[in-house]
Design a protein around this ligand. Structure first.
Ligand code: BGC
Length: 741
C-alpha cells in the first residue's frame, strides 16, 4: 500500500487565486545584446544576396563519412557539425560539437581531451540548478577553448522508458525538475558567448526505430509532460537553438511538423531562435515551410534540401522566400543575442583541467544516491582492516555511456572495449569506455592502512573466496548503455546479478556500487548491506564514490526517476518494436518504409511516479528517494497553492543536505500526483531553515486549447521525502482560472 494513502491531519485553507501568467519562471535573456539582436538580424538579412541566404541554412557533419568524403573547409574542426559563415557580413562560421556531458570526442577523431561531467541522470540527482549552471559554464568554456561556438547540449527528453539507451544523457522523468535543470545548464553554457541547443524536440523516448517510431499522444498530455520540460528549459535558459527529434509524432517527422515547430514552438511559445535538425532527420524541402530553419549533418539525409534547392524555390514561391528570410533572421538572432560574433571562439585556448575536474567531482558527489544502508554500514571507518573490491573494472576507472555524447579525458580512456568489429557508420559508438578515475586507487587513499584486494569478478568462485576473507566486500556493477540501442530488459548484464548474490551470501557486509545508465532490477537487494547508485560518475567518479563510502561526503542525491519493482509496472512491459528493430537506429533515412507505433497515450502525462500513483504501484525505489548519513524532519507546511512555506531541520549528527520536495497529491479527491516544487537545503546538525517555494501553476493545471486551466476545487499538497513517502496533507480550495504561458 502506498504510504501517503494513509495520511491524517488534513487542514483546509480556502483561498481563491487567479493566475494571470505562469508565475514561477520568468523568461530571461541569457547573454549580451539580446535586446538589439532582433534589429541587427533583420538589418543583416536585408543586406544578404540571394546566394548568401542559403549559406547558414545547412551544414555538414564535420566527420569524414563514406569511402570518398569531400574535404572540409580549412577552418572546420572535427566535430558534429560545420556551417560556413559569411565573412563579407561578418557572420562567423558555426562550429558545432556534441556536449551534453562535456565536449565530445567524435569517435577518437579529436584526441584533445575534455572534462567529462557525470551522466545527465547523475546531474539531475543533485536537484541543484546552481550546480547545473556551473557544469554548463565549465563545458561551455572547454568548447570555446577548442574553437566551438555551438554546443549540442541540453538533452531533456523525459524518461518514459527505463530501457531507453539514452536515458543517461537526459534529466529524468519530471518536467519541472528536468526543465529547470536543463534551463540552468544552458544558461551556464551560453555565458561563454556560445550558442546552446535544447534537444530533442520532442517525445524522443526510445532509440529502437528512432527514425520512424511514431509517437501517439494527445496534445494535452504532451503539453503537461515532455513539452512542459522544453518550455521551462527555454524560459530559463533561452537557448539560441532547438534541435528537433528523429521520431515521428502522430505520423509526422518531428523535424517536419508544422504543429510542433510552427504552432507550438514559434507561435504559441514565441521562440525566437532557430530550429536545427537532428543529424539525418530531414525528410524533404517542405520541412522549411513546416518550421525547420537549418539542415544539420546533411550528408546523412536523403538529399541536401536547404542549399540551392531551397534558394530556387524561394525565387519561385513567396511562402519559401518569406520563410528563407525568417530562417536567416533566427540564426542571426541566436548569434547576436549570444555575442558569438563579438567574442569569437578560437581553437588553442587554455583549459584548466584540474579546476574543471573539481566541478565534475562536485557534481558526482552531489549526484550519487545512497539507496540502502542497513545497520549504518556506511560510512566505512577509515581503519577498516580488510576490504575486497570486486568487478566493474574498479581497478582502472569508471564507466561512461556512449554515443555522440561520449567524452574522453586527457590521455583517452582507461579501458576501451570495442563491442563490434564492424566498420558500419555507427560502430564508433559501440565502444565501452571507462574514464581514468580508479575507485580502487581512491579507496586506497581513503584507507591507506587497510588490506585492500581487487578481484575482477569474472570468476564468481574467486570473488567469493576473496569476499570471505574481508571485513567488507564492495562490488562494482555496471550496465553500459549507448545512443542508438535500448536495453532489452532491466537486468544487469554479464551475469553480475549472480556475482552480487554470491558475494552477498559469502559476506553480510556487502556493498554494491552501481554504475548504470538508468534503473536496474535488484533481485539481490535484501541480501546486501548497502547500495550506492553512482550512475556514470564522470571524470572524477572514483574519487566521488570513495568520498561517499568513507563519509567525507554526506550523500544528498535523490532519484530523478522511478526505479520500477518489475517491468510489469511499466506502461509498456517491452520496448515497442524491440523484437523487430533491435539496434535499427540510424541506417535508414527518415522515409515511410517502416511502421512502428509507440503509444504514449497509455500513460499520457502520467510519466514515472505519476503513473505509479495512478496505478497504486510501489516502486523498487521511488522518484525523489535517497538516504543520508544524517536525518531530517520537515514540518509546518503552509500553502495557498501559489507559494508554500515549511521548515526543514537536520535532526541527526552530521552536516548534510536534504532535498525538500512538495507534491500535489490529489485534486477533487482524484489521485493526481505532481512535483510542485523542491529545494536542496544544506544544514548543520540541529539547525533548521524556513523554505519558501513558488509553485508553477502549470503543474496544477490541465492544458486545454484555450490555455492552462485550473479547475475549481480542492487541491491536496504534501511534503515528501520522496514521491511515495509523504507527510500530512494540506488541502487548498482554488477558484477556476485560465491562463496562458
Ligand atoms: C544525435 C544528436 C547529436 C547529433 C550530432 C545525433 O545522432 O541524436 O543528439 O547532437 O547526432 O552528433
Amino acid at each position: 500500500m502506498r504510504k501517503w494513502l494513509a495520511y491524517s491531519g488534513a487542514t483546509i485553507a480556502v483561498i481563491g487565486i487567479v493566475y494571470g501568467v505562469a508565475g514561477a519562471q520568468v523568461a530571461q535573456t541569457s547573454s549580451t545584446g539580446a535586446d538589439d539582436a532582433d534589429a541587427r538580424a533583420a538589418a543583416i538579412v536585408e543586406q544578404m544576396t540571394a546566394d548568401e541566404k542559403t549559406i547558414l541554412t545547412h551544414g555538414v557533419m564535420a566527420i569524414h563519412l563514406g569511402p570518398d568524403p569531400a574535404p572540409f573547409p580549412p577552418d572546420a574542426i572535427p566535430g558534429a557539425g560545420y556551417v560556413p559563415g559569411i565573412p563579407r557580413l561578418n557572420i562567423p562560421a558555426l562550429k558545432e560539437t556534441d556536449a551534453s556531458l562535456g565536449v565530445s570526442y567524435v569517435g577518437g577523431l579529436r584526441n584533445d581531451g575534455a572534462t567529462a561531467l557525470p551522466s545527465g541522470l547523475a546531474m539531475a540527482s543533485t536537484w541543484n540548478p546552481g550546480l547545473m549552471e556551473e557544469g554548463g559554464r565549465m563545458i561551455g568554456s572547454e568548447a570555446r577553448a577548442k574553437g566551438f561556438n555551438v554546443l549540442l547540449a541540453g538533452g531533456v527528453n523525459l524518461m518514459r522508458d527505463p530501457r531507453n539507451g539514452r536515458n543517461f544523457e537526459y534529466l529524468g522523468e519530471d518536467p519541472l525538475l528536468a526543465g529547470e535543470l536543463v534551463g540552468h545548464a544552458i544558461r551556464g553554457i551560453q555565458s561563454n558567448n556560445i550558442i546552446s541547443t535544447i534537444k530533442h524536440l520532442a517525445l524522443n523516448g526510445q532509440e529502437t526505430g528512432r527514425k520512424f517510431a511514431d509517437v501517439q499522444i494527445s496534445e494535452a498530455a504532451a503539453h503537461e509532460s515532455d513539452l512542459l520540460a522544453f518550455k521551462i528549459g527555454i524560459e530559463i535558459g533561452n537557448p539560441g537553438s532547438v534541435m528537433c527529434a528523429y521520431n515521428r509524432i502522430k505520423g509526422e517527422q518531428a523535424c517536419d511538423s508544422d504543429w510542433l515547430l510552427n504552432k507550438v514552438l514559434k507561435d504559441d511559445w514565441g521562440y525566437k531562435g532557430f530550429v536545427m535538425s537532428d543529424w539525418g532527420a530531414v525528410p524533404g524541402l517542405q520541412a522549411a515551410i513546416h518550421g525547420l530553419d537549418q539542415q544539420s549533418g546533411e550528408q546523412l539525409d536523403p538529399d541536401v534540401f536547404f542549399d540551392e534547392t531551397l534558394g530556387e524555390m524561394a525565387r519561385k514561391d513567396e511562402a519559401y522566400a518569406t520563410r528563407l528570410d525568417d530562417m536567416n533572421k533566427r540564426i542571426l538572432w541566436a548569434i547576436y543575442a549570444n555575442g558569438v560574433d563579438a567574442h569569437p571562439a578560437k581553437p588553442g585556448g587554455e583549459i584548466d583541467f584540474d579546476a574543471n575536474g573539481d566541478v565534475a567531482e562536485e557534481v558526482a558527489k552531489q549526484g550519487v544516491v545512497l539507496l540502502r544502508n542497513e545497520r549504518s554500514i556506511l560510512p566505512l571507518a577509515k581503519n577498516t582492516k580488510r576490504i575486497a573490491i570486486i568487478g566493474g573494472f574498479a581497478d582502472s576507472g569508471v564507466m561512461s555511456g556512449a554515443g555522440s555524447s561520449q567524452v574522453m579525458g586527457e590521455g583517452g580512456a582507461a579501458i576501451l572495449i570495442p563491442l563490434t568489429a564492424s566498420d558500419g557508420p555507427i560502430s564508433i559508438f559501440r565502444n565501452q569506455a571507462y574514464h581514468r578515475s580508479s575507485p580502487l586507487k581512491a579507496i586506497r587513499e581513503m584507507a591507506p592502512k587497510a588490506d585492500i584486494r581487487y578481484r575482477d569478478g569474472r570468476y564468481i568462485s574467486n570473488a567469493v573466496a576473496q569476499a570471505k576473507k574481508a571485513d567488507v566486500a564492495i562490488v562494482f556493477a555496471t550496465q553500459w548503455s549507448t545512443e542508438g540501442y535500448d536495453q532489452p530488459d532491466l537486468t544487469l548484464p554479464y551475469n553480475q546479478d549472480a556475482l552480487i548474490a554470491a558475494v552477498a551470501e559469502a559476506n553480510p557486509n556487502t556493498i554494491v556500487v552501481l554504475e548504470t545508465g538508468g534503473p536496474v532490477l535488484m533481485p539481490w537487494l535484501h541480501e546486501t548491506a548497502a547500495v550506492v547508485q553512482a550512475w556514470y560518475p564522470g571524470a572524477r567518479g572514483g574519487e566521488a564514490i570513495a568520498s561517499i563510502l568513507f563519509g567525507e561526503t554526506n550523500p544528498s542525491g535523490r532519484l530523478p526517476i522511478t526505479f520500477p519493482a518489475s517491468e510489469n509496472q511499466l506502461p509498456r512491459p517491452k520496448v515497442d518494436g524491440f523484437d523487430i528493430y533491435e539496434g535499427d537506429f540510424s541506417g535508414r533515412p527518415p522515409s515511410q518504409d517502416a511502421e512502428l507505433i509507440v503509444d504514449y497515450d497509455i500513460e499520457g502525462s502520467d510519466v514515472g511516479y505519476r503513473w505509479n500513483a495512478r496505478k497504486g504501484y510501489e516502486a523498487l525505489f521511488p522518484f525523489g528517494y535517497g538516504l543520508s548519513y544524517t536525518s531530517f524532519e520537515m514540518s509546518g507546511l503552509d500553502t495557498d497553492g501559489s507559494t508554500a512555506t515549511f521548515e526543514v531541520k537536520n535532526t541527526g549528527k552530521r552536516t548534510g543536505a536534504n532535498v525538500a520536495q512538495l507534491y500535489l497529491v490529489s485534486r477533487n479527491g482524484q489521485v493526481k500526483q505532481r512535483l510542485a516544487g523542491y529545494k536542496r537545503v544544506m544544514l548543520k546538525p540541529g539547525r533548521s531553515e524556513i523554505v519558501t517555494l513558488s509553485i508553477d501553476p502549470r503543474v496544477l493545471a490541465d492544458w486545454t486549447e484555450e490555455g492552462w486551466l485550473i479547475p475549481e476545487g480542492v487541491y491536496e499538497f504534501a511534503l515528501g521525502d520522496n514521491a511515495e513517502k509523504l507527510g500530512s496533507v494540506v488541502a487548498v480550495e482554488l477558484e477556476e482560472s485560465l491562463f496562458q504561458d
